[in-house]
Ligand binder design. Structure first.
Ligand code: M6R
Length: 581
């Protein structure tokens, strides 16, 4: 995830852009750049934060009323000056910034290389500038060249581009956020409303696939064929705090909703690092902590059941004491932050024992990337709330892509849309939260692939609501925990219609008979009939149920926390990344 911005008007563009980049920094903060057009295009960019780079390179000394800017969260290529945006074509006359992932960048780049284009960066972005250049060399106008280029791109993108000789900005969006702001004798575009909220409150909502051209006095929106289309501007009345959180009261709720978009980004992640390793090794150990450990349990299940591997999943802090990796072991370490000390120590220990280490992380150049042999990035963008939500779904998405991309029976592309449908039950889930927020103990039950999700649901609830919550495999109840069930104790039963559902029905009846208040997350009619309340999920290939079971549990935890007047973004005693052992 990156932050991008464009301005055309009468103000000094470098001032508007530098200020906007500061407001967009929550979207990425590894390198920053600006391009201003004042007869020629001037680019300044470097690794660092907006404050550091804009001060060192004196952004605001640049004269001109037309410009673009970018704050980067690296996906393709390390954070460094060459990979920082804006990027340009061979001539420096086509300059642009981009947010998203161009999935077909390898064939497109080689097509351009064969035509003589030379690249300065490792990014997937730069080829967009060269394509526009190529079409213009072929005799097309800048506008048609832009449209033709966008037509060629697969993946997600928001693009903001300057072309020398044009006093306008070309923009396009698909599966990546981009807003168009309309001021008096000035126009803006940005990844998010807060970037320009102090200049205008009038916005044109751009739909996926829209292309637009903005100039000082005017804007025109086109479909991807270049036909003009009408988009009606809206007025927005947000406070600056609301704006920072995209209109949501907390980052956690924003991040829950952002999952629809970021799963798409995660499904586009480069997982090639896992291919050879998974073929080469049969003994696999997984190490992780907290939410990432729950993702590792899903990975363990899938590797064992579908790939015939021998897999152990071990809590990172326990790993050096209970585990004996060798040179024949593949260790997969999962850490959203890449900074969790327990996980990094476990990786160091595994390496000392001669094991090969693959790390899954969200943060480019985090500590784990320096100790592991191979890295896969989650592409989930920065997560601000202490409670992990979107990064858990992104971990699942990357895991599924590692194991099942190319499997015709498993359609991963439907996941973002399905999550959207679960989010539509938010009001209902809020009402369920109201019924359990005054309880002291809450239990979660699951079996098979649903058990790690039950564990994740319990962790989320205890972390931000301070209610004691435990997850059990359904069959384990009768071996002890059943004695904790008494009248009115909420039990959240994860019972998708899969191989576990008849047994889960039995577990449900067991707790119901002892007075439990049963909340089922299910699509099985018999379970629905038995439960006191049901949160419905759609019918899917059973292997995909973890994605849809997770979302109601995140919303439930969030709304219980709100009912209890707790700030879910900053639960007591906890930190976002735990850098001590
Ligand atoms: O950054 P990591 O994935 O290594 O973090 C691991 C845990 O600290 C983390 O998942 C923690 O449990 C979350 N706060 C859960 O919401």
């Amino acid at each position: 995830m990156c932050g991008i911005i464009g301005y055309v008007g009468s103000k000094r563009a470098s001032d508007v852009i530098t200020e906007g980049l500061k407001r967009l920094e929550y979207r990425g903060y590894d390198s920053v750049g600006i391009a201003i057009y004042n007869g020629g295009i001037h680019i300044r960019k470097e690794k660092g934060t907006v404050e550091e780079v804009s001060t060192a390179l004196q952004f605001t000394n640049l004269d001109g009323h037309l410009g673009i800017g970018h704050t980067r969260w690296a996906t393709h290529g390390a954070p460094c000056k060459d990979n920082a945006h804006p990027h340009h074509d061979c001539t420096g006359k086509v300059v642009l910034v981009h947010n998203g992932v161009i999935e077909n960048f390898i064939p497109l780049k080689s097509e351009l290389e064969k035509k003589g284009h030379r690249f300065n960066s490792e990014t997937d972005t730069e080829l967009i500038a060269h394509f526009i250049e190529q079409y213009m060399n072929d005799g097309l106008s800048p506008f048609i060249s832009f449209i033709r280029t966008v037509e060629r791109l697969k993946g997600s993108y928001s693009i903001v581009s300057l072309i020398e000789g044009e006093d306008k900005i070309y923009i396009a969006r698909k599966n990546s956020p981009l807003i168009l702001g309309v001021g008096k004798d000035e126009m803006f575009c940005a990844s998010d409303i807060p970037a320009v909220l102090n200049h205008t409150k009038t916005f044109v909502p751009l739909e996926e696939g829209d292309i637009a051209v903005i100039s000082k006095l005017d804007y025109t929106v086109y479909d991807h064929f270049g036909n003009q289309i009408k988009r009606t501007p809206i007025e927005i009345n947000w406070s600056s705090e609301m704006a920072e959180k995209g209109g949501y009261p907390h980052f956690m709720l924003k991040e829950i909703h952002d999952q629809v978009h970021f799963i798409y980004e995660s499904l586009a992640a480069d997982v090639s690092a896992s291919e050879d390793l998974l073929n080469l090794f049969d003994n696999i150990q997984l190490v992780a902590a907290g939410t990432s450990y729950h993702a590792s349990l899903v990975l363990k299940y899938l590797l064992q059941k579908f790939k015939g591997k021998t897999v152990e999943s071990i809590i990172a802090s326990e790993y050096p004491f209970v585990s004996f990796p060798t040179k024949d072991t593949l260790v997969i370490a999962i850490s959203q932050s890449g900074e969790t000390a327990d996980t990094i120590q476990a990786v160091r220990y595994a390496k000392q024992c001669g094991a090969k280490v693959l790390a899954l992380t969200n943060v480019v150049q985090s500590s784990i990337t320096r100790v592991a042999d191979k890295i896969i990035y989650l592409n989930a963008g920065p997560e601000v709330s202490v409670a992990a939500t979107k990064t858990f779904s992104s971990q699942l998405a990357v895991i599924y892509k590692m194991l099942f991309s190319g499997d015709k029976n498993i359609d991963l592309s439907q996941i973002p849309q399905i999550i959207e449908t679960i989010l539509q039950q938010e009001e209902f889930i809020r009402s369920v939260a109201a019924q359990i927020s005054n309880k002291k103990n809450i239990f979660f039950l699951g079996r098979g692939l649903s058990y790690p999700i039950a564990m994740e649901g319990a962790l989320k609830l205890k972390e931000i609501s301070y209610i004691h919550a435990e997850a059990y495999p359904g069959g384990e109840l009768k071996h002890g925990p059943l004695s904790l069930i008494e009248n009115g104790v909420p039990v959240i039963v994860l019972a998708p219609d899969d191989e576990t559902s008849s047994k889960m029905l039995g577990s449900l009846k067991e707790v119901k008979t002892r007075g439990a208040y049963v909340i089922a997350i299910t699509n099985n009619p018999e379970i629905e009939k038995e439960a006191h309340i049901s949160i419905n999920i759609p019918h899917l290939n059973p292997i995909l149920y973890p994605f849809v079971l997770t979302i109601p549990l995140q919303l439930l935890a969030y709304y219980v926390s709100i009912r209890k007047d707790i700030d879910p973004d900053r639960p007591r005693n906890l930190a976002k990344s735990v850098t001590v052992e």
